[in-house]
Design a protein around this ligand. Structure first.
Ligand code: ARG
Ligand code: ASP
Length: 721
């Protein structure tokens, strides 16, 4: 009996494991590659239901939100859902101390109240097609990299031109499998996108940076926007007269929820993965680059927090910056740990031993793959030190905001020094700077930046010594200030115009060509230029030399990996193009002795509540809904309010806001994160530990309807009970 039980348990477990599916697949190619497997796992749709250019399909409801997130259309009036952290920049930009939408949330009770967002775009993929042959037309094997790239560039621009002639679309040609294939992507880009609703941060960002990348999770990470179009339903710049966009397709929403083992898929725009690197690449990322970034960001974060925790104005100013810095910092910690734990570098090495044997067999024919392992070693060995130096510089002194601002004035300096430049062109450019200055100082606090400069100088000059090359300018600075970095930062900030809105604005207001001296002699401008020059002169030549070698080896290595494993299905690394990942609802074991359930509930929010800590404050309204269990039709079968769930879909940055759907293509949740133990999935996927984290759509609707009283938005959606 027991033996039988264990035997079947093992069977079930291994079956579940088999269903953990690595990969981000090209929607257009699912039919051949993945459909049978997806259907056997629970997909009820055909390939054309998922992706078609001839009829409306699910792809018509998926958007690239801004530059780096995903969203989905959920009503026939252009309503879209994405994550709170994807709309964060816009929500912050619309917020003031009087109308603090970050803190209090925002709900448009009618379309008139929806808020425009200059600069925000939403793009639909209209079609994609394989243009490999057209792109490689004229390319021959004996060509140099440069000749090859020139031909590819000119072919691509011709293809793009043809694709956009006589229509309002935008076109891109992107390499896949490191240039072994090329695809043309045609997009329709909308530019009038309005904010419709967002929960307060203590719901939308509940748990803040502490819970970020962590499971179990209780974040209500969503925000709502609407696409507006001209009267002809085509993209149009913002205008009062624009109307809600009528989409080709919108998603229906399932209130049925998820159970362990259920099939799910994620449709979205994953940004970047590097799954096919040689072992040296993984080693460099997790053992050299990540530790530098982690150490430096830790310091920047603690300085920002020391100011913003005590002061609401500073919290508002630095909210998005802090979240951005913290997000990378924590992800890299998880990534390095994850690779170590799965012995990722060793696994890759082992694979390369097998590869060397396989490539070496064909000795007579002199396989083109034979020299690859040695060539990678030769390329990576000198590169390590330079990559470390670049990382040190960019993540330390060159991360100082005033230094970045100063550096952005280089074009003005060049223009003023050019003999043939006109006064008018200088005036136009200074006006442009004057406008951007407002944006810069709206979210700037001089003291934070100054403390960061002091700390970064100390880190670079003292800690990086020996691990990275040192620019002589920094050693001089050290001598001038006798090693007192605080004095150095104070003095540089005091003497620079770039740390004061008043001074820089005054300088720009009546700017004349000769005033350029002030900028050229500005101590922060000088430092910015010295370091940038150092990068350009000393560091980049090595980086570029490596990139060239890498770009010439990787296409061959990619092709070789595919030839060596003819039965393996290869997905192309993520490159911000539309993909489908699929998997199963499944808990996991983050460490020995610990098992995590696949879902969380509102009860967990109450358990995490801490009125003292901003990220864990629970709104009185949410509490009273919890105590009265007033969940309406959004509760699960046992009457609980589920908040988030995890599954084995392979996702990455850019997948945030992506719809997580069931076998019928109905919306179950919004993808927003991954478990910390699985963040190495950008380099190597571990089916035991890689999980994507999603917001249960029922919690999202509950917040809109019951918490915010914006049920009119739910009425607009198609709900399947
Ligand atoms: N980790 C998620 C992603 O990479 C969410 C980031 C935003 N949240 C935060 N607390 N910083 O984008
Ligand atoms: N949070 C990420 C995003 O913003 C998703 C991830 O990295 O898993 O796209």
């Amino acid at each position: 009996m027991t033996r039988l039980f264990f035997a079947s348990l093992i069977l079930i477990l291994s079956a579940l494991n088999l269903q953990a599916k690595e990969g981000m697949w090209i929607p257009m190619l699912l039919e051949q590659k993945n459909l049978p497997e997806m259907q056997s796992m629970g997909l009820k749709l055909t390939a054309a239901d998922l992706y078609s250019v001839n009829q409306s399909s699910l792809k018509d409801a998926i958007v690239l939100f801004g530059g780096g997130c995903t969203g989905e259309v959920v009503s026939d009036q252009g309503l879209i859902l994405t994550n709170h952290h994807c709309g964060f920049g816009q929500i912050q930009a619309r917020s003031t101390i009087e109308h603090d939408y970050l803190k209090d949330g925002f709900w448009a009770m009618s379309q008139k109240e929806e808020l425009p967002n200059p600069g925000l775009t939403v793009s639909f993929l209209i079609s994609m097609s394989d243009v490999t042959n057209e792109i490689l037309k004229g390319v021959t094997p004996s060509m140099s990299m440069k000749e090859r790239n020139d031909i590819i560039r000119s072919n691509a621009s011709e293809i793009r031109k043809m694709a956009t002639e006589g229509n309002h679309y935008e076109a891109q040609v992107r390499p896949f499998y490191y240039g072994n294939e090329y695809y043309l992507m045609i997009y329709e880009v909308f530019t009038d996108i309005r904010l419709v609703g967002t929960p307060p941060s203590n719901i939308g960002k509940f748990g803040g940076d502490t819970d970020n990348w962590i499971w179990p999770r209780h974040t209500g990470d969503f925000s709502i926007f609407r696409i507006y179009a001209g009267k002809d339903n085509k993209p149009a710049p913002y205008s009062k007269d624009n109307v809600p966009f009528k989409p080709r397709r919108h998603l229906s929403i399932s209130l049925k929820g998820v159970q362990a083992g259920d099939f799910t898929f994620v449709y979205g725009f994953p940004g970047r993965t590097e799954e096919y690197l040689p072992f040296q690449g993984v080693d460099l990322a997790v053992n050299i680059v990540n530790p530098i970034r982690i150490a430096l960001r830790e310091i920047r974060l603690s300085i920002i927090s020391s100011y913003s925790e005590k002061n609401d104005t500073m919290r508002l100013k630095y909210a998005a910056k802090h979240a951005g810095i913290a997000n990378g910092w924590k992800k890299w910690i998880g990534e390095s740990r994850g690779i170590k734990r799965m012995k990722g570098v060793e696994i890759k090495k082992e694979f390369e031993n097998k590869f060397a044997q396989w490539a070496g067999v064909d000795e007579v024919a002199q396989s083109p793959f034979q020299g690859l392992p040695a060539a990678f070693e030769e390329a990576y060995t000198p590169y390590k030190k330079w990559k470390a130096t670049e990382t040190w510089l960019n993540e330390s002194v060159l991360s100082v905001e005033a230094i970045r601002l100063a550096r952005s004035f280089t074009p003005l300096v060049s223009l003023c020094s050019a003999k043939d430049s006109t006064d008018l062109s200088i005036k136009t450019l200074t006006q442009k700077y004057a406008r951007s200055i407002d944006g810069f100082f709206k979210n700037y606090e001089m003291r934070i930046d100054r403390d960061i400069l002091a700390a970064m100088l100390e880190m670079y000059i003292i800690k990086a010594n020996g691990n990275a090359e040192q620019p002589t300018e920094l050693s001089e600075l050290y001598r001038t200030y006798k090693g007192n970095f605080k004095n150095a930062a104070e003095d540089l900030f005091e003497k620079s115009v770039f740390t004061s809105k008043k001074e820089i604005s005054a300088l720009l207001e009546n700017f004349r060509r000769k005033d350029i001296k002030r900028i050229k002699n500005d101590p922060l401008y000088k430092l910015a230029i010295q370091l940038t020059e150092y990068n350009k002169r000393i560091v980049y030549p090595h980086i570029i030399a490596f990139d060239r070698k890498f770009d010439s080896l990787m296409p061959i290595y990619m092709k070789a990996q595919m030839e060596m494993q003819p039965d393996k299905k290869f997905f192309p690394d993520a490159n911000s193009t539309l993909r489908i990942s699929y998997g199963k609802i499944d808990g996991y074991s983050p460490e020995d002795g610990v098992t995590c359930n696949y879902y969380t509930t509102l009860k967990g929010i109450m358990e995490k509540e801490n009125p003292e800590v901003y990220d864990y404050v629970v709104e009185p309204k949410l509490k009273s809904l919890f105590f009265s269990k007033d969940y309406g039709r959004y509760a699960d079968a046992s009457g609980e309010m589920r908040t988030c769930f995890i599954a084995t879909n392979h996702t990455t940055g850019g997948n945030s806001g992506s719809p997580v759907m069931n076998g019928e293509g109905q919306l179950l949740g919004l993808n927003f994160d991954r478990c910390w133990e699985g963040t190495m999935s950008d380099l190597m996927y571990d089916p035991d530990r890689c999980r994507n984290i999603s917001l249960d759509i029922r919690y999202c609707l509950f917040i809109i309807d019951k918490f915010a009283g914006a049920g009119h938005l739910v009425d607009e959606m198609t709900i399947i009970e």
